[in-house]
Design a protein around this ligand. Structure first.
Ligand SMILES: C[S@@+](CC[C@H](N)C(=O)[O-])C[C@H]1O[C@@H](n2cnc3c(N)ncnc32)[C@H](O)[C@@H]1O
Ligand SMILES: *[C@@H]1O[C@H](CO)[C@@H](O)[C@H](O)[C@H]1NC(C)=O
Ligand SMILES: *[C@@H]1O[C@H](CO)[C@@H](O)[C@H](O)[C@H]1NC(C)=O
Ligand SMILES: CC(=O)N[C@H]1CO[C@H](CO)[C@@H](O)[C@@H]1O
Ligand SMILES: CC(=O)N[C@H]1CO[C@H](CO)[C@@H](O)[C@@H]1O
Length: 862
């Protein structure tokens, strides 16, 4: 379909679209006039909105263009376009050129973060705004940083004399002496013509012919920030301008671009270095229409401009959006840096060094720990690590580098928490951009008591909503590998970690205590963004309504678990026990709580009819409570077991011993009893409003200052907001199997599997493969902790066969609680700790993934 638009000459589409265009434009004109009306009273000197629009319309669509748009003629062309509308430029562009503030906020956040981590205090910051026009952006930057103080010099480079004139007047009015307006073609702008290079620590050198052919040659420019806002699309010869940026940019500098674009997602299918593709795809009609439309104004929307940026630089952040006010014009924001990642020591380093360092971190070799932080040791480590044990991140990097492509965007982040993954794989896309758990159903205090993590522990745990990962982080183990197959669960964890790193307690509490934050979008852009990966950032930018929507009920009513919470609320409303729930949550004694429960709530919530209609429906169990089919079968098997035998807990029960039909037939009863066994003991022994945040959040949709998980306490925030608090965290988006497979032998000390083993088919080969791999990755004496919906799950025997000693540390029998000293969650029937007592030889060869050394370059050519 794309071939319908020849990239060289889209002009013949003019006639076809001219009429559609003119009609739409009149419509836009009306919106424009209406939307500008209130602002026209601000300044009497400004032309009226209607006049602004007329002049804009005239210049854009009626006035004949002069100049041929190439070479020296570009200036004439620009002048002919802008001269008539220079005076009204800012008024007409405020809403048309959306995303400029966001882009400025993002680059400012990056610079502020850099200045906070850099040790040197006397920094000289240079900002070059290419195609800066009237200087609107430079003035708008003052919303984020003080321009005269933060930057030592700012250059506005623009080719249009009439716009430059407007800019000069602006900075004279503002009295900003550090801003220089340079009226020049961007291609010929060189910083060394303007900066005294003896003052700056960075040396400027103009390209000499000797390194002309060396891509990314030794030229190091001095700009800490380069921005192009809606100017790249207006530069006909964009390749040379983008090339010149790399010699303009300081080695640790950043580039911010915002512009219109059109693109099909098909273009991106084989690229792993973009920063995610949420909303990036523009449909066929949009691609055709907007390109033809903007072509009239000599604005080039073809994907090549952005693609070349992404190819020439490393992508730090990217986001795609639509300008809804003007017929959903697609625009993007992109932040990039030098393709060669720089080390934190502020010295340019070679890519392979960064890759090795990251790889070492992922595969649990000691390279990253400060004691070993020397080059010689790193090489020794490198040699001693078997070549097979490489992370996927490493594989991706090597493949990319060999094709001269940038590294995946995860490599250019300020933090290396999140590990690269391929987001197009079916196993990740199956979750449809939604997390299941907005909070974690595992009692962190019980975990702490059972595990007693120390500073030498290397923990692998399932991310879920990340709450338990954070609670483990409070014990400062050497390393935590958070693993989840669902990328969105990891996005949630990233958001929490970024919030610790960037926000004061009050904001942190709003986000995760109350689940709502009316300023979330601006906090995300100006505070959280430097601490997040591009994909997580995109995800939250697209989902700001989670925290901000005035109709929504906040974070805890999102994700799959919202179905359960909403059901309870709906029931409360229909059966009129809303006030009873309130009373239950504010009960001061267990007696009071028990009474409200048994008299008013339990008869409805646990009625058999409701149970039959809703709760025992497999679809509901999966979507709302995250109970998959196999786990359900275990519950059913346990139920059959209990009803058929007099000594219930003496023998393991397995779904294998029963037919599907048998299991099905007992479903309603089994699920009902499971619920009774879960809820009754909780009501019996823990005050929900005081000490049971898990049920509190279910019933109320938020936590309270009195009752919340430990990670939300002020002193946890104090501890985890230190800059090094998450140095040991690695967030993997993959199956446990895959991650364990790539860990160095015998390095793991604790693996927390939650109830994930319940998800395997009973007796499945995959289960024993995973157990064998865990055995390999664990140290002797290392522990696996897991919970199950079954009292004696079938796979415990497999663990025992494969070198583990099993101990049941929690069991829920009729009327009792799984955790004897504290009954808070009580969702599972048993909890086990399996200790590795024997090295078990691997059942499958280690290298079940492609070898790094044997990458076939031919395959990479697309
Ligand atoms: C749509 S305006 C954007 C202006 C400003 N950045 C803003 O966001 O309001 C595009 C600008 O790019 C400038 N421009 C186009 N080609 C250029 C070139 N080769 N060198 C420098 N500036 C150029 C134009 O003069 C114009 O001011
Ligand atoms: C982005 O937001 C829209 C609207 O809320 C939603 O339909 C879509 O699934 C979201 N995409 C992602 C990747 O989150
Ligand atoms: C029983 O289970 C099987 C397999 O899970 C399923 O296909 C079937 O529809 C179920 N029957 C009933 C009556 O739920
Ligand atoms: C290096 C790497 O991860 N390459 C992958 C990029 O994405 C394509 C398509 O999703 C994969 O096939 C590559 O293996
Ligand atoms: C810098 C770097 O790591 N380059 C690697 C690129 O990939 C080829 C082929 O895999 C390696 O041989 C290079 O060392």
């Amino acid at each position: 379909m794309t071939s319908l638009i020849p990239s060289t000459s889209p002009r013949h589409f003019h006639t076809e679209f001219y009429f559609v265009g003119a009609t739409l434009f009149l419509l836009i004109g009306i919106i424009f006039t209406l939307s500008l009306r209130p602002s026209s009273k601000e300044n009497k000197e400004n032309p009226s909105a209607f006049e602004s629009f007329l002049r804009f319309f005239y210049a854009s669509f009626l006035k004949p263009h002069s100049g041929d748009g190439t070479g020296n003629g570009q200036q004439d062309a620009l002048e002919s376009f802008y001269k008539a509308q220079a005076g009204v430029y800012d008024t007409t562009r405020k809403r048309l050129l959306r995303g400029r503030e966001d882009m400025l906020g993002l680059v400012a956040a990056q610079l502020v973060h850099k200045s906070a981590t850099e040790r040197t205090n006397n920094v000289k910051r240079i900002w070059v705004d290419i195609g800066g026009g009237t200087g609107w952006n430079i003035e708008a930057m003052s919303e984020f940083v003080s321009v005269p103080e933060f930057f030592s010099s700012v250059y506005l480079v623009d080719f249009s004399p009439s716009l430059c004139e407007v800019a000069r007047k602006r900075f004279a009015r503002l009295g900003w002496k550090n801003v220089k307006v340079v009226c020049q073609d961007a291609r010929t702008f060189h910083l060394e013509d303007h900066e005294d290079n003896t003052v700056n620590a960075v040396t400027f050198r103009r390209s000499s012919t000797s390194d002309y052919y060396a891509e990314d040659g030794p030229n190091v420019g001095g700009a800490d920030l380069i921005t192009l806002s809606y100017s790249l699309s207006m530069i006909p010869d964009f390749y040379s301008v983008i090339d010149s940026l790399s010699s303009l940019l300081a080695s640790s500098g950043i580039i911010g671009v915002v512009d219109f674009y059109v693109q099909s997602i098909v273009d991106l299918s084989s690229r792993n270095y973009t920063g995610g593709a949420i909303n990036r795809h523009v449909n066929w009609f949009g691609r055709l229409f907007w390109r033809a439309w903007f072509d009239v104004d000599r604005v080039g929307l073809e994907p090549g401009r952005r693609d070349y940026l992404e190819y020439r630089f490393g992508t730090t952040l990217g986001a795609d959006s639509r300008n809804r006010l003007f017929g959903s014009i697609p625009y993007y924001i992109w932040l990039g840096c030098s393709k060669k990642p720089t080390s934190s020591l502020n010295t340019p380093s070679y890519p392979h060094e960064i890759v090795d360092r990251l790889d070492a971190a992922v595969t649990e070799s000691p390279y990253l720990s400060p004691v070993y932080h020397t080059q010689t040791l790193s090489r020794t480590v490198e040699r001693s690590t078997p070549p097979e044990l490489r992370s996927k991140a490493f594989d991706a990097a090597i493949i990319n580098l060999s094709a001269n492509l940038p590294l995946p965007s995860f490599f250019y982040q300020n933090h290396h928490w999140r590990i690269h993954y391929d987001d197009q794989l079916k196993k990740h896309t199956q979750f449809k951009h939604e997390y299941i758990y907005a909070f974690t159903w595992e009692d962190s205090r019980v975990d702490n008591r059972l595990l007693k993590l120390g500073s030498n522990d290397v923990v692998l745990a399932i991310t879920s909503a990340g709450d338990n990962i954070l609670s483990y982080a409070l014990s400062s183990p050497a390393r935590i590998h958070a693993v989840d197959l669902n990328p969105n669960q990891n996005h949630l964890l990233e958001l929490k970690v970024a919030a610790y790193s960037a926000l004061p307690y009050a904001d942190f509490w709003k986000l995760f205590g109350e689940g709502r934050h009316s300023n979330f979008r601006s906090v995300l852009i100006s505070r959280l963004s430097p601490h997040m990966s591009s994909r997580a950032f995109q995800y939250w930018l697209n989902n700001t309504h989670v925290f901000m929507s005035s109709r929504g009920k906040g974070l805890y009513e999102t994700g799959g678990s919202r179905h359960a919470i909403r059901t309870i609320r709906l029931l409360a409303r229909t059966f009129g026990f809303r006030n009873q729930i309130k009373a239950l949550l504010s009960a001061k004694t267990l007696n009071e709580q028990r009474e409200i429960w048994t008299k008013n709530i339990r008869p409805i919530l646990m009625s058999r009819l409701l149970n039959y209609l809703l709760v025992s429906q497999e679809k509901f169990l999966w979507a709302a409570l995250g109970v998959p089919h196999n786990q359900l079968a275990m519950i059913e098997a346990d139920h059959l077991h209990v009803t058929s035998e007099s000594t219930p807990s003496s023998k393991p029960s397995s779904p294998l011993g029963h037919s599907d039909k048998e299991l099905n037939s007992t479903r309603g009863q089994a699920v009902w009893e499971y619920m009774v066994q879960t809820l009754d003991p909780v009501i019996e022994s823990s005050l929900i409003g005081e000490d049971n945040p898990y049920y509190l959040v279910c019933l109320q949709g938020s936590y309270s200052h009195r009752c919340h998980p430990d990670y939300l306490a002020p002193k946890s925030h104090h501890k985890l907001s230190r800059s090094s608090a998450f140095d040991g965290l690695r967030i993997h988006t993959d199956e446990i199997n895959e991650v364990v497979n790539r860990l160095a032998l015998g390095t793991l000390t604790v693996a927390v599997l939650m109830d994930s083993m319940d998800w395997f088919n009973p007796g499945a080969e995959e289960a024993s493969t995973q157990i064998a791999k865990l055995n390999r990755a664990l140290k002797l004496g290392g522990r696996v902790m897991l919970r199950s919906a079954a009292l004696m799950p079938w796979y415990i025997a497999t663990f025992e066969e494969l070198g583990f000693a099993a101990k049941r540390v929690g069991a829920r029998t009729v009327g009792t609680c799984i955790d004897r000293w504290r009954c808070r969650v009580n969702m599972y029937a048993s909890c086990y700790i399996l200790t590795k007592i024997q090295n078990f030889p691997p059942v499958t060869p280690i290298d079940s993934h492609p070898r790094v050394g044997s990458v076939d370059l031919e395959e990479l050519e697309i």
